[in-house]
Structure formats: C-alpha cells, structure tokens
Ligand binder design. Sequence first.
Ligand code: SF4
Length: 222
Amino acid sequence: MENFVRPVLTLPDSAERLLLHSCCAPCSGEVMEALHASGIDYTVFFYNPNIHPKREYLIRKEENIRFAEQHNVPFVDADYDSDNWFERAKGMEWEPERGVRCTMCFDMRFERTALYAYENNFSMISSSLGISRWKNMQQINDCGIRAASQYPGVKYWDYNWRKQGGSARMIEISKRERFYQQEYCGCIYSLRDSNKHRKSHGRDIIRIGVKYYGDDDTEGAC
Ligand code: SF4
C-alpha cells in the first residue's frame, strides 16, 4: 500500500490516554501503529484466557510483547485464568463462532480491561478484536460498551479499525513483521471446529507454532 495515508486519530471525549485490549500481534499491529502515528498515549492490555492450549497462548503473547517493546509501548500482561474461562463457557461448548459463547468471551475480556482502566485512571478503552474480518464488529462493540458502563468514568471507543485501509495494513504489517499466523480463533472449541472443517475438506489439522505470515498467501483466522 505505497500511497497509504493514515487518518489522524483523536480520542473521543478529550480522553488523554487509552487502554488498548489486544488479542494478538497480527490484529493489534495496525491498531498500534495507527495510534502511534497519531501521537496517542496508550498502553497495551493483554488478557486472553480463552486461548488454548497454553503453548499457543504463550506464542501469541510473546509476539505481542516483542512488538510493544519495539514501539516502546507499555504492556500489561494480565492473568491467564483459563479455569475461569472454561467455567463461564460451560453449556456453550457447541455454540458456533459469533454466537453466545463468543459474547461471553468478549464480555469476559472487556470486563477485565474496564476494571483495570478504572483502577489505573484510564478513561477510555478499546480493542484490536474488531479489526479481524472474521469477527462481528457489532457484537464486539456491544460487549465493550457493556463492560465500560459498569465503571464510572470509563468509556469504550468503538472506532472501526478496518476502515481506510486498516484491514489491508493489518496483513501488510503482519507479513513485514513475520508474525506468528494463528489458524483458529483461540479457544479449544474453535480449534476443534476448525480441525473438523479442515478434515472434511481433506486438509491436515492445525499444527501449533509452525506457521508465520509471509510463508504463503493465506490469511490468519483470529
Ligand atoms: S471462538 Fe473465539 S471469540 Fe468465540 S469463544 Fe472461542 S476464542 Fe472466544
């Protein structure tokens, strides 16, 4: 995207800094560079107890830490309370992607983000989750707004990170950085369903930790 000009962003409500929930390096790469280019003061908040197995979680987190360090951005490494996630997912094991299990999953991640924002004087939160075309942006925004509304003085910024070339830049940055390319959304159920789909199409099942952007022309599936 040689002629790409990033829009200059400003935080709503004259907020001075942003707590950015990040789901992974590929999704947050463009968001972070857009914030950086606009001179917005932000901190990355990594809270994703949905990711399974732990090896996959650690790979995704380490990639994100590396990129944050490269940009001198503070990175908050929150808890991997996966038992809590599994407890909340009970009864939703067979729900499809973008269904109620995903609403629970987004709620959980935003609730922790909003709590941290409240306790640490951030008045604005947002997330990289919405940049992926695999996600339902309205579902994500509803969860973000719901979580922020529980804490006085905290608001959710529903900026559409996909627009004005954001989606294409996300792929471009992922290839430039040779980010790890996850091949399923994150939870054990999305791994199961992705593998089932692959098997039904005669493809090999997912292997954790082997694929990186730029290896071929396929896109990730976060
Ligand atoms: S499919 Fe993705 S968003 Fe939905 S519950 Fe699993 S990890 Fe969370």
